[in-house]
Design a binder for this molecule. Sequence first.
Ligand code: AMP
Length: 375
Amino acid sequence: MAETKSADRGQVILPGAVIGVLGGGQLGRMTAMAGARLGYRVHTYCPDRDSPASHVSWHNTVAAYDNRTALKAFAESVDVVTFEFENIPSATTEYLAALKPTRPKPQVLYLTQERLREKRFLASINVPTTRFLDVGRQEALEAAVKALGRPAILKSAEFGYDGKGQVRIDGDIDLFEAWVKMGGDVGILEAFVDFAREISVIVARGPDGATAIYQPVENQHKNHILDTTIVPARVSETVVSRAEAIARHIAQEIDLVGLLAVEMFVTHENDVLVNELAPRPHNSGHWTIDGAITSQFEQFVRAVCGLTLGSTERHSDAVMKNLIGDEVNGWRELLGDPGVKLHLYGKAEARPGRKMGHYTRLSPKNAARNGDDRR
Ligand code: AMP
């Protein structure tokens, strides 16, 4: 994607200004709350009525992402534009970027919207990833599976998140069925990584190039959806510095302004392979609300507005657990637990696989050592 017309001159957006957020999920909701604490007003733009972010936003636009009239009015009412999820059409962010500073810039979103594009880019800047092959059509799958071996994971190249559009190719699974189940037009086949741990790193970068990084955390998934984050990650110092160097390198190479979450696999040999990028706040950073000096959402606001970045220091160790689907029904017990901070997203319907809230259990910093099994 070529550089397009941009209204961004590196302006600092001062408290009192309006931050426009594309997307209305829980990430937007928690961003709006953090923005309000710093004196900003958030205008949410989301196609859905009654979105989680709309409950706490100063203003809401409910309109489709390709509605030019609504986009124009939105741009006129905000001072800076950002986004809280990836599946926004490029044409939308490009249109807005010509009118108001849009951070991260549309090229960053474009790069991370498609898995093949993202992985090729990472290879071009010497960042190690899982081995992968482009599977442009169903007929190419058999040869790709032969080349990478089983098990492998077939993923749709576009519009996949939280395990949607992913199929494990194992044993004697029928490849045609796997292709249909994956549900995409274009696929990417990845070698299965028998990882020791999954970790992620969140890095913030401002318009002046200043960066701040949160230490690696450890993520445990269920059905390809994040279930639990353990802070700090139980990995060696070598892995910590490798992971942080990778995250900083990517942030610089993509000329990030905002937040970038880098999901990684740590192998049994302590190699660090990047799985996925998300140029926005991330579920694995929710612990920072209760366990760090500056939450990822406040940091996001600071970075996007060009303010000094906050301290990323954790004051407590933490375990964050997502409340998925009807797990949310346990909220009363959680409220009664003195060690727990509960966060509910205001979603009316607890559908299976839907993130309804999370809780964070704090413990004194460094009380537990690497190798134990906190959960
Ligand atoms: P993703 O949507 O790519 O983040 O995948 C969701 C989860 O599926 C990851 O966090 C892993 O737990 C698992 N997964 C994805 N790709 C692979 C892979 N190549 N090898 C092993 N596990 C994977």
